[in-house]
Design a protein around this ligand. Sequence first.
Ligand code: NDP
Length: 401
Amino acid sequence: MTAQRFARSVSILGATGSIGASTAAVIAEARATGQADIVVEAVTGGSNVGALVDQAAALGARFAAIADPALAGDLKDACAARGLSIETGAGPAALIEAGARPAEWVMSAIVGAAALDPTLAAVRRGVAVALANKECLVCAGDLVLAEASKSGARLLPVDSEHNAIFQCLQGQTRVETLTLTASGGPFRTWSLDRMAAATPDQACAHPKWSMGRKISVDSATLMNKGLELIEAGRLFGLPEHRIDVVVHPQSIIHSLVTFEDGSVLAQLSEPDMRVPIAYALAWPDRLGLSTRRLDLAALAQLTFERPDMERFPALALAREAFRMGGAAPAVLNAANEVAVDAFLNRQISFLDVAGVVSEALERAGGLDLISKSPSSFDEVAAIDAWGRAEARRAADRRRAA
Ligand code: NDP
């Protein structure tokens, strides 16, 4: 079946990051091969002005926004120096404007809970929102889903596991369980002693995926799989006990769905984020892509292991937060963002990351802060701020010890 050439206007929130670069590559290929007419409305970055201007120029974006308000002048000057006459903005309002501008498809790829407001601006317009960012659904899932159902926005999962499940679910009913695959990260075979001395660069040297530093550390602790577990629960409406995790070091099977008749469907491909991004961009169709094809005979073996909860307690913490519900996932996410940052800045050790998150969750439980789900985005912001402050205190105590 030949696919129809299609037209889309798109915006990329987090255009300067790893997912932003892969999204730009998919758009470039779709344009170059004549599969799609794509107009780029807006691109955003955090603080990297040079990379943002490069992306805006390469994609022909109409608007570029940088998160750091102090960089407003630098962004204008850099655009002028490149001969780019586009609109620019800086600071939180400019990021929200990027999400609010009239694109039919918005990639949400800002890292962390910082993505929430710009993503919501897109969700509230009722358009297609490709969700690479997972932290938004973890900290404010019910509220984001309610906004999407109010506006008619279509959330298209881009995380490779959720995209795999989404592909397997097309036209299906009677789902029994989901199985998320995990590569196991760079420390899959390391002893606890070795992990205790791991450096940020070692934690970011992922064996299969090249990603931003925060998600790379999350992959090394397996918190990434924990966040994905909560994300999957929110996206596909299943409770914690119906979502399994299996370590699959080759990262070829991206996730699986078991149905009530015992059938299992899985999605396989080489580990390359362009695949799920292209699926989300062309959905419900597909794009032709020049990605490497699977050679199963050359691979010879696909292997599977149970995750080691002793060396990777972050996964158990995320499961617990998901089971507890209420505001626990928001506390987990906020504390994890702070702990990962402290580890990347060499303030705490690798094993301290899960320790800090655990302390913040315990304290929130003790104060009964987490029994009730946040009922507004202001409440999410308050819980997020509380979780961050608590995690900073826990990290400082560990640093001092
Ligand atoms: P990167 O760190 O590579 O990129 C993050 C992007 O967010 C950059 O554009 C960065 O700008 C911007 N940014 C950083 N801080 C802020 C802020 N405070 N406000 C606004 N923008 C900010 O991350 P990834 O691309 O790897 O990941 C992005 C999201 O996608 C994450 O939520 C991650 O979990 C998810 N994801 C990523 C995958 C991957 O393969 N990389 C796979 C699946 C999910 P600047 O460059 O200027 O710092």
